[in-house]
Design a binder for this molecule. Structure first.
Ligand SMILES: Cc1cc2nc3c(=O)[nH]c(=O)nc-3n(C[C@H](O)[C@H](O)[C@H](O)COP(=O)(O)OP(=O)(O)OC[C@H]3O[C@@H](n4cnc5c(N)ncnc54)[C@H](O)[C@@H]3O)c2cc1C
Length: 112
């Protein structure tokens, strides 16, 4: 579960979200299946594409942003992080990442 099962990288972020989503889905599937093997299979079917899509964010330009190589890129990163601290992320990043972050619609297991 969480980092022990599918730690993403610093470049992708999302470690806490994946850990919480994984725990929620696994608990929900165990609670709604009689056979744990069926629950584990359902958990993997639901969680794996979401985990892999979020891990794949590490291959985009996050590395260049967080680990800049030039003085100019360091200053750009620091400026953006200062802006986020002051005003939040609205308008700073494109919504590609947000789409991946929000790609999984969680079941309401309590009502199943
Ligand atoms: C510097 C840094 C910055 C990060 N920033 C972000 C961020 O901005 N956003 C984000 O989503 N994620 C971030 N992460 C990742 C995030 O912290 C992890 O993905 C998340 O904490 C994983 O949760 P987890 O419960 O799987 O593991 P952990 O939080 O590591 O919890 C595992 C727990 O198990 C305990 N433990 C280990 N071995 C044993 C044992 N033998 N017996 C009993 N207990 C044991 C440990 O002490 C620990 O408390 C960051 C990580 C780091 C290191």
């Amino acid at each position: 579960m969480g980092d022990a099962a599918f730690a993403p990288s610093f470049r992708s972020g999302q470690g806490t979200s994946l850990a919480l989503v994984g725990a929620y889905v696994l608990a929900g599937e165990l609670a709604t299946h009689d056979d744990p093997q069926d629950a584990f299979a359902a958990y993997e079917r639901i969680a794996r594409p979401f985990v892999e899509a979020n891990q794949a964010l590490a291959t985009d330009d996050n590395g260049a942003f967080f680990l800049p190589k030039t003085q100019k890129d360091i200053e750009t990163r620091d400026h953006i992080l200062a802006e986020i601290t002051r005003n939040g992320t609205a308008g700073i990043f494109d919504n590609t990442k947000a789409r991946v972050h929000n790609a999984l619609r969680l079941s309401d297991y309590a009502s199943v």
